[in-house]
Design a protein around this ligand. Structure first.
Ligand SMILES: [Zn+2]
Length: 222
């Protein structure tokens, strides 16, 4: 076990908790791909809140436990993490949470549309799709997730369960987890006002281009 990598994973778990895009019980899991190996490091603890590095396990991308202790409830969701690494060679981090507002959409089996500008800026211009329900970690659930992924979109809602985020780096995954939760919250809060209005597709592209143009200029210094 690479202690540094295990500690990094525990630290990512704390950052997910600090982001606020997490349910009250802290349920969820974080994994990172081991560079240059068919392996991931995975949080095997019951909650991301206060998750110790000692409860991080090393798992092959074929699902084989290589090091550490993996309880059955966490073992059940290993396959949805490994599937994202297998399918997307650029993915370096996978997050799964039951962040409350996104989970409300998952429970309603309703996709989250591009009605918050940050969605357009961070790869979610096509919204967040819903993967149909299957018992967690089952072949059916994993096939539904794989089938629901829109190329280039780093998030999927898991029907009647929660949300799955997969991105190149932990920073981007945490950021997207927050954007998805923010959009879900705004979507629900706007229901009493007639419901969210999606940004027209051409303006989603414009929002991304403007964000990239600002980003390329870097931080302004007085
Ligand atoms: Zn879950």
């Amino acid at each position: 076990m690479d202690k540094d990598l295990a500690e990094q994973v525990a630290e990512i778990a704390q950052r997910v908790v600090a982001s606020g895009a997490i349910s009250a019980n802290g349920h969820g899991n974080v994994s990172v791909r081991v560079p240059g190996a068919q392996e991931m490091y995975f949080t095997a603890g019951p909650s991301l809140r206060g998750h110790p590095a000692s409860a991080v396990v090393r798992v092959g991308l074929d699902g084989t436990l290589l090091e550490g202790d993996l309880p059955p409830i966490q073992g059940a969701v290993v396959a949805m993490h490994t599937a994202m690494y297998q399918d997307h060679p650029d993915v370096g981090c996978v997050l799964h949470t039951h962040s409350p507002y996104a989970t409300a959409y998952a429970v309603a089996q309703r996709h989250i549309g591009c009605w918050v500008e940050a969605m357009a800026m961070f790869g979610l211009a096509d919204g967040v799709p819903v993967a149909g329900y299957g018992p967690r970690g089952s072949a059916e659930a994993v096939a539904n997730i794989r089938g629901a992924v829109i190329p280039g979109v780093p998030a999927v809602l898991l029907a009647n369960h929660g949300v799955l985020i997969f991105h190149r780096t932990p920073d981007l995954a945490i950021l997207v987890g927050g954007v998805v939760e923010e959009a879900a919250q705004a979507g629900l809060n706007s229901q009493g006002l007639g419901g969210p209005v999606e940004i027209p597709p051409d303006l989603r592209v414009a929002a991304l281009q403007r964000a990239m143009a600002f980003d390329s200029q870097g931080t302004a210094h007085a």
